[in-house]
Ligand binder design. Structure first.
Ligand code: NAD
Length: 391
């Protein structure tokens, strides 16, 4: 196995290109460390990116993806790990941001040896990075990783972990939606509110049950008719063809399916006062589409804040999982969203910008107080071990 902090850059004759493109990219996004993991015997090519550990160990999933080039893989892991720093910071967690990508075809690459080899690299970081499942990685794959490292979270209930996070994500999304309603309508009641939900999946099913209890009128869509039929029957919602969901006359549009769905075309069609849903990376472009929503008078709940329940759940596992406490923490997303909406209003900035500023303030403030050495004995459970390993 070979491990290097950075792979050597090939010599180039093109003088207009930087001689240090990897460092340039890392500097731009202010990452702490990039680890290249290679084991040709088992086909492992992975990149672990640690963005920021000012608040605690870097946590983020491992994604397996057939990237076309190492530059694509690097770009993705830098972007995703940075996003994790912001998400943990705004959620009030004592965690930093990290992410890992394994390069390859998920149908061909997987083996016990590959995941165990990868686990040894994670173990070698001694708790600076904690991994979890992400795209194309299953519970079984993570079990192999866990054979080589304790720095894994988000594991099944059967193995003593926190299990499926979707109900906690739904609770946070529901509370965030209520906070938006409070801001727009002066009351956080969703009784009688028309809510259009894109996606009838794991999170939206739990979300729809919360909304049904409160007496909301729901419209649901999915690309799979059996899923949408089942959810609509369960919660007494109206079915909308998936391509028509943007045009639905609603108070709240809730994207709970895929990323990148708020773009120039779809925003023009929206007929709502609030966008609040659990999907990741909803804005196709933050800079372009954040302001477009404001121009249309639509309040946007930043995705990485409102959907932080899943991260809260796995973070809770590190201290010894307590479902009630995870729920309580997810409920606080209500206050977090209200703070963001107030700051956006006070500073005349988009809501995603306000949440970024709140994250950066916390990173700065808590990072500064950590300059004072203190005993680590006040930490308990696995997080205590992880912090001790880190310090
Ligand atoms: P899921 O796969 O269970 O549900 C997604 C649903 O969206 C599926 O039923 C799918 O058929 C449907 N869908 C796909 N394309 C669609 C389209 N064009 N129109 C309508 N429906 C479409 O996933 P999930 O776990 O419920 O997660 C939903 C979203 O929330 C994802 O973006 C995920 O990344 C994000 N998220 C989930 C969690 C979690 O705890 N599960 C946490 C944070 C963020």
């Amino acid at each position: 196995m070979n491990s290097a902090v950075l792979a050597p850059e090939k010599a180039t004759n093109n003088h207009t290109e930087s001689a240090f493109p990897w460092f340039d990219q890392i500097d731009t996004k202010e990452h702490e460390q990039i680890i290249i993991c290679s084991d040709p015997e088992v086909g492992l090519r992975a990149i672990i990116a640690i963005h920021n550990t000012a608040l605690g160990p870097a946590l983020g999933g491992t994604r397996l993806w057939p990237y076309a080039s190492e530059a694509d893989a690097l770009r993705d892991v830098l972007r995703l790990s940075r996003g994790m720093t912001y998400k943990a910071a705004v959620a009030g967690l004592n965690l930093g941001g990290g992410k890992a990508v394994i390069i390859g075809d998920p149908k061909k690459l997987k083996s016990e040896a590959l995941f165990r080899a990868y686990g040894r690299f994670v173990e070698g970081l001694a708790g600076r990075y904690i991994t979890a499942e992400d795209v194309n990685i299953t519970v079984r794959d993570m079990e192999y990783v866990r054979m080589e490292t304790k720095y894994v979270t988000g594991i099944s209930r059967a193995l003593g972990g926190s299990g499926d996070p979707s109900s906690v994500t739904a609770l946070g999304t529901y509370m965030g939606m209520k906070a938006c309603a409070k801001k727009v309508y002066g009351s956080d009641s969703l009784a009688g509110k028309k809510i259009a939900i894109q996606g009838a999946g794991a999170v939206s099913t739990h979300l729809a049950h919360f909304l049904q209890k409160e007496g909301a009128k729901m419209y649901v869509s999915d690309i799979f008719s059996e899923k949408v039929n089942r959810l609509a029957a369960d919660v007494n919602a109206e079915i909308v063809p998936s391509e028509k969901i943007y045009d639905t006359d609603a108070d709240i549009f809730s994207p709970c399916a895929l990323g990148g769905i708020l773009n120039t075309d779809t925003i023009a069609r929206l007929n709502c006062a609030i966008v609040a849903g659990c999907a990741n990376n909803q804005l196709d472009s933050e800079r372009q589409h954040g302001p477009m929503l404001i121009e249309k008078g639509i309040l946007y709940a930043p995705d990485y804040v409102i959907n932080a329940g899943g991260l809260i759940n796995v973070a809770n596992e590190l201290e010894g999982y307590n479902r009630d406490y995870a729920h309580e923490q997810a409920t606080r997303i209500y206050d977090t969203i209200l703070n963001i909406l107030d700051r956006a209003e006070a500073e005349g900035i988009p809501t995603y910008e306000a949440s970024n500023r709140i994250a950066e303030d916390r990173l700065r403030q808590i990072g500064r107080i950590k300059q004072v050495y203190a005993s680590t004995s006040h930490y308990s459970g696995r997080l205590g071990e992880l912090n001790q390993a880190r310090n």
